[in-house]
Design a protein around this ligand. Structure first.
Ligand SMILES: *[C@@H]1O[C@H](CO)[C@@H](O)[C@H](O)[C@H]1NC(C)=O
Ligand SMILES: *[C@@H]1O[C@H](CO)[C@@H](O)[C@H](O)[C@H]1NC(C)=O
Ligand SMILES: *[C@@H]1O[C@H](CO)[C@@H](O)[C@H](O)[C@H]1NC(C)=O
Length: 282
């Protein structure tokens, strides 16, 4: 009997560890360039036998096994309609770049896509379905409302960032921001800044972090309350539960940075097997 019990336990552990994970992807931001970084991670997981349920604006062109698309509707997909000039304001008070308007642009996009996704029938069906997930993978970018869905599902959260980590992400991940050597991502500085550039860096980092706390987070809490009623923790508490954050950044380009171990630079992760370079005769 004891032997039978032990072998049953071993069998179940072995079966568990060989079993596929149920993975939920929640991507409410309609940016194609962002998703180009995310998708290869999920197709690789599907190839390894994990079951992907993907909620996004970007279904696979050719369906593959172990990957089910659920496609949000209601936001224009940002492919080539983003005018990059929006990021390049020419206004330079005191001769210094001033990028606070970029925050307002991101805030506005984030809130609009949050509203659409939260109220999507897909999310209602997801929450009503009996399926439970081993992990939820979502994006940390300009709005956190999908983290409320992960909280309601009671699954651990992994975050991806398709661009350089935003100022408001450091605190939640417990990572330090070292002003003199780390230019915040809206500014065109490197790790070698003059005193005046460091002051501008300090001003930008703290201004947009405060704006995020004072404007974006309360507005997100309001949308969540409107959708799910009272009773959820504030969104800035929920996001602190993020177990891991993978960022599309690479130290050879930005200079080394002291991230906590839960923030991992994975720039280039989306690249597939490289082709050999053509032979060049010298
Ligand atoms: C789908 O997952 C199974 C295991 O659940 C795996 O054997 C199979 O190779 C996967 N299919 C594809 C196309 O990757
Ligand atoms: C994979 O996930 C889908 C939901 O997206 C679910 O319907 C299906 O049953 C799951 N498959 C397995 C093998 O767990
Ligand atoms: C964070 O995760 C822990 C462990 O899963 C859970 O008990 C707690 O309620 C979560 N907190 C929030 C704010 O989501």
């Amino acid at each position: 009997m004891l032997l039978l019990c032990i072998s049953l336990v071993l069998f179940s552990i072995g079966w568990e560890s060989a079993g596929a994970a149920q993975i939920l992807g929640l991507f409410a931001h309609p940016g194609k360039s962002h998703f180009n970084f995310f998708r290869p991670i999920f197709t690789a997981l599907a190839e390894r036998g994990h079951n992907i349920s993907m909620y996004s604006y970007f279904p696979l062109e050719k369906p593959i096994d172990n990957y089910t698309d659920y496609v949000f509707q209601g936001m224009p997909v940002l492919t080539d309609i983003v005018d990059l000039q929006n990021f390049e304001s020419d206004w330079k008070p005191l001769g210094l770049p001033f990028k606070i308007p970029t925050y307002f642009m991101l805030h506005d996009w984030g809130l609009r896509s949050c509203k659409v996704a939260l109220n999507s029938p897909l999310i209602a069906q997801l929450l009503a379905s009996p399926i439970r997930f081993d992990v939820v993978i979502l994006e940390h970018f300009s709005n956190d409302c999908m983290a409320a869905v992960a909280h309601l599902l009671g699954a651990p959260m992994i975050a991806l960032s398709s661009c350089a980590i935003m100022p408001w992400h450091y605190k939640r991940m417990g990572s330090p921001f070292i002003n003199p050597i780390m230019p915040m991502n809206f500014l065109p500085y490197t790790d070698e800044m003059s005193l005046i550039h460091r002051i501008n860096n300090f001003f930008h980092f703290h201004s947009v972090s405060i704006l995020y706390n004072w404007i974006t987070q309360p507005a997100t809490d309001e949308l969540i309350k409107h959708r799910f009623g009272n009773g959820l923790p504030p969104i800035n508490e929920i996001v602190k539960n993020t177990s891991l954050m993978l960022i599309n950044q690479y130290y050879a380009l930005t200079g080394p940075r002291p991230y906590a171990p839960n923030v991992v630079e994975v720039g280039g992760l989306q690249l597939r097997v490289e082709k050999p370079l053509p032979q060049v005769r010298i």
